[in-house]
Design a protein around this ligand. Structure first.
Ligand code: KIV
Ligand code: ZN
Length: 555
């Protein structure tokens, strides 16, 4: 590629003296703050309507967010009205803080406080840009002048908050474009803001460090956060928050490493909606914790609902491969993956008290209201395990291990011929047509079995072969042996190789007798031929399996 020399590193990298974050693990959830209704919403071509914002807000409360940025009330009438709506309709639970964004300018701050009259717990989130580029091109101000915007704003927040002592005030300051700001300068600005807020606030001030634009690998951001954490004024009296965007596709990793480096709080949005490539995806970060045994403290146990509300209010498509939520997340196309998943799931079902360890499935779909059915789709690359898994889980056939290979090849062949993936229904239909109760050439019309003595029975069968009925009988130590004798006497040449029966569990037949499924393999011309019989009667089920095998030889 040409032109790479045109670009330079944007970050000012501060390495902590004693770097500790790489050795850490995430062991508890940070404080989460959803910015779906502000950063996320402002990035939509069609921002949410009042009704949609209300619905989304209720959902965020329901799943456990305690800090929710509801908008930028001074920026538009809709945002102002929404803030008033929540307050006047008493929709903000006592344990939830709503957060509003404001620039560090007097008229904006004034209007922001106007929108908050009567609220119980509020985080006023003030920001101004501190980066080199913004100072130079946008504000044309030097470092001191930019810092003064922040400190003047900080004083105004105190002034306006004093007029409303009924409200519990929480303050947040963001040096916007932090990733393009010299780290020591950012520290200087936030420390001066803290000096103004500490004497007034009863609550811990929040200082938020955004990767407004992601411009480094996440480890650089983590170094910066550790350095800040070690040098910020009275660290234990304040809260370090982080707010990453996703320009390099590493918003989640940046937030995770930021937590390791000392951040107490994470701002982001569900599924990462936000400016440009979006914000850090809180669901992704939270679920990453969940699958390592850490309680994320947000309830994402219904991912179907997440998807529904996202599609309704945000109106953006979700990638089928989006972590945890995408349509294909619990699907395996590869045969070897399917086989391993099927074995892993069987083991998990047998020992539900054991910790989850299923190959290729980092998460039990049932824990997030996803289902087992769509886990495996069969296409021409699918192996034996996938087909057997599907027939067992969706149709109650426990295909014997020994039969799976032949069946796998058979289904693969059907898929190859169709040149497409087969649905589970199509797989079942192909299996049933080829293997179960066949009567295309020969069929069992009726049978009669009489006990001769302790060790022998006499079996009489009426068969229809190519439209002609014949009656035959033979003795044997059981119906299978007797029928084998009859068939051999009729000239069918085969050896019996495998026989098993089990009862089919079928919820739809509740109260009725269960079907008995017989699986047999015979050897004919040096080749194994599998067949399945299905009937409520054990003997009839066996005889039908044998008739099916003959039909398969005759084809
Ligand atoms: O990305 C950003 O820097 C922001 C701030 C206003 C927090 O959204
Ligand atoms: Zn942002």
């Amino acid at each position: 590629m040409k032109n790479y020399e045109k670009y330079k590193k944007l970050y000012d990298w501060k390495k902590p003296v004693n770097r500790t974050w790489p050795d850490k693990e995430i062991t508890e959830a940070p404080t989460w703050c959803s910015v779906d209704l502000r950063d996320g919403n402002q990035a939509l071509a069609n921002p949410m309507t009042l009704e949609e914002k209300i619905e989304f807000f209720k959902y965020l409360v329901k799943i456990g967010f305690k800090e929710i940025e509801i908008g930028f009330p001074a920026a538009s009438e809709t945002e102002f009205k929404f803030t008033r709506y929540l307050i006047e309709n008493d929709m903000i639970p006592d344990d939830v803080k709503v957060q509003v964004l404001t620039q560090a300018r007097k008229p904006i701050i004034e209007r922001t406080f106007e929108s908050l009259k009567g609220a119980k717990n509020v985080i006023v989130h003030m920001y101004n840009s501190t980066s080199v580029a913004q100072r130079k091109f946008v504000f044309r101000k030097n470092k001191e002048e930019i810092k003064k915007i922040a400190t003047d704003g900080a004083e105004l927040l105190v002034e306006y908050a004093k007029k409303e002592p009924e409200t519990n005030w929480y303050f947040e300051y963001t040096p916007e474009s932090f990733t393009g700001t010299e780290v020591d300068y950012a520290l200087e600005v936030v420390n001066d803001v803290l000096k103004i807020w500490y004497p007034f606030l009863k609550t811990k001030p929040i200082i938020n460090f955004p990767a407004t634009v992601e411009c480094s690998t996440p480890n650089i951001f983590a170094d910066q956060i550790q350095y800040i954490s070690e040098n910020i004024l009275d660290r234990d009296k304040m809260i370090i928050s982080i707010h990453s965007h996703n320009d390099r596709g590493t918003g989640v990793a940046t937030s995770e490493m930021g937590i390791l480096a000392g951040a107490d709080r994470v701002e982001g949005s569900i599924l990462g909606n936000g400016e440009r490539t979006g914000n850090a995806d809180i669901l992704n970060i939270a679920m990453n914790m969940y699958v390592t045994g850490v309680d994320p403290k947000i309830d994402f146990s219904d991912l179907q609902e997440v998807k529904k509300i996202y599609e309704k209010c945000i109106k953006m498509p979700i990638s089928p491969r989006h972590p945890y939520v995408g349509e294909l997340v619990f699907t395996a196309f590869s045969g070897s993956h399917q086989d391993a998943i099927s074995k892993g799931l069987q083991a998990a079902r047998k020992n539900p008290e054991e910790q989850w360890d299923v190959p290729y499935l980092p998460l039990d779909p049932a824990d997030v209201n996803r289902q087992y059915e769509p886990i495996i789709r069969i296409n021409s690359q699918s192996g034996k395990g996938g087909v057997a898994f599907l027939l067992e889980n969706e149709y109650g056939y426990e295909i014997p291990k020994e039969m799976r290979q032949e069946l796998g090849y058979f289904i693969k062949d059907v898929s190859d011929k169709q040149k497409r993936e087969l649905s589970s229904q199509e797989i079942y239909e192909a299996f049933a047509k080829e293997y179960i109760n066949r009567k295309d050439k020969m069929s069992l019309v009726e049978f009669n079995m009489k006990t001769k003595n302790e060790d022998a029975i006499n079996l009489e069968v009426v068969l229809e072969i190519n439209g002609e009925r014949i009656t035959k009988s033979a003795e044997g130590n059981g119906p299978v042996a007797a029928f084998t004798k009859i068939l051999k006497e009729m000239g069918y040449d085969f050896e019996f190789k495998f026989y098993t029966q089990d009862a089919q569990e079928d919820e739809e037949r509740e109260g009725e007798k269960a079907n008995v499924i017989t699986y047999i393999e015979i050897e004919h011309d040096g080749k194994g031929i599998w067949a399945v019989g299905k009937n409520e009667n054990m003997v009839r089920s066996s005889l039908k399996a044998m008739v099916t095998a003959i039909n398969r030889i005759l084809k």
